[in-house]
Design a binder for this molecule. Structure first.
Ligand SMILES: Nc1ncnc2c1ncn2[C@@H]1O[C@H](COP(=O)(O)OP(=O)(O)OP(=O)(O)O)[C@@H](O)[C@H]1O
Ligand SMILES: [Mg+2]
Length: 364
């Protein structure tokens, strides 16, 4: 047993989120119950819009990795990040996340059962993934098949390909960063957006490549999964439907959004085209919420909108009405201490930086 006789010296930590459109970093230093914002920044990925056109990835993975490393190097220099202590995040689309229910059994039998069961949930050989799992509920539980509750455990299972982990570690190693942890971005989002909050929420993160859905309840990540429909799909749908170049379609998306009030100069055709990807996302949220509510008899209290593409004009209002759930914009800075002059900027970039903020808040 260890006794903490002295207060731990507070340490700075860098949260690093390598996204498709941009890399985001946030450096925080823990001060009692709050976090001092030391620096933050974002760097856009050159040419990512052009790459959306590629049916096949023409840039080799090795080249992409080298570009990513150099961009992160520039970002660390520009933001004058002073610590090497880092937590990096892994997107849900690069992982396999599932929930499994097991009957009551001894603690040491659980890990064996999980290893065995994981083969049913993970579509690639178990030897090629790193497995992690967390008990999210113990006692009387229900699963998808038997509607009758039984005594057992509900477990969140996470599998990340070794290849993905090595890619991140290589970048960090090249830059001399000390990786304290690699975590699924869902955990970072839960930390920055639901810190100390025991109520239920679904965090929707719409990025470029994928949308992720994370249910957080009683202070725990209950489920997370992703769908390959996000900002890029919206832009591509507009480009094809309107017969314009990708760059132009992106501009249309940013200026018109999902709003057809023609008196505001908005275009109805753009709304109609965007309706297709947005409905796919809305259907997925609906399905996930219903499945969770049936299993747990708990009602979801709110939807938190994170990721750049949830900024799409009119999207929050639409989803709120369509799914009859309160939708709020992500503000990951509620436990941060920062200069008042930054208030507006931080509010604006909150949705995009939520993952990096949560990673920097990680303690151990
Ligand atoms: N105001 C806006 N309206 C519509 N879309 C927006 C707006 N601002 C940003 N976006 C979109 O958000 C996306 C970028 O979001 P974000 O930075 O969260 O993605 P990412 O983390 O790089 O991607 P991923 O998580 O998929 O790897 C782009 O597709 C961009 O077009
Ligand atoms: Mg992202």
């Amino acid at each position: 047993m260890q006794f903490n006789l002295f207060k731990k010296k507070s340490k700075s930590c860098l949260g690093i989120d390598i996204g498709t459109a941009s890399i985001k970093i946030v450096q925080l230093r823990r001060e009692e119950e709050k976090f001092d914002l030391e620096t933050y920044g974002e760097i856009s990925t050159v040419g990512y819009l052009e790459r959306l056109n590629d049916a096949f990835q023409t840039t080799s993975l090795k080249t992409l990795q080298a570009i990513t490393r150099e961009m992160l190097r520039v970002l660390l220099e520009k933001t004058e990040a002073s610590t090497k202590n880092a937590v990096m995040t892994i997107p849900v689309f690069s992982s396999f996340v599932s929930v499994m229910e097991v009957p009551e059994m001894a603690e040491k039998e659980i890990s064996q059962a999980i290893e065995f069961e994981a083969r049913r949930y993970v579509p690639i050989p178990i030897s090629e993934v790193v497995l992690d799992w967390k008990i999210i509920e113990s006692g009387m539980i229900k699963d998808d098949i038997s509607r009758k509750p039984f005594r057992g455990k509900r477990i969140l299972l996470i599998a990340v390909p070794v290849e993905v982990i090595n890619k991140y570690l290589k970048i960090a190693d090249d830059l001399g960063l000390k990786v304290r942890a690699l975590e699924l971005e869902s955990f970072s989002l839960a930390r920055s957006l639901m810190f100390g909050d025991k109520s239920s929420a679904c965090i929707l993160d719409i990025g470029v490549r994928a949308s992720s859905f994370t249910i957080v309840d009683k202070g725990v990540v209950q489920m997370s999964h992703s769908l390959d429909v996000a900002g890029a799909e919206m832009t591509k749908t507009l480009a094809t439907g309107l017969g314009v170049a990708t760059q132009r379609a992106e501009e249309f998306k940013l200026t018109h959004g999902f709003d057809h009030q023609e008196e505001n100069g908005k275009r109805k055709d753009i709304r109609e085209l965007l309706n297709v990807p947005i409905e796919r996302i809305a259907d997925e949220i609906d399905r996930m919420l219903r499945s969770y509510e049936t299993k747990t008899d708990r009602k979801m209290e709110k939807l938190i909108l994170a990721g750049g593409a949830t900024q799409l004009m009119g999207l929050g209002d639409y989803i709120e009405n369509r799914l009859d759930i309160k939708a709020v914009s992500a503000f990951p800075w509620s436990t941060a201490i920062y200069p008042v002059v930054l208030q507006e900027a931080l509010k604006k970039n909150g949705p995009e930086l939520s993952v990096a903020v949560g990673a920097a808040m990680r303690e151990e």
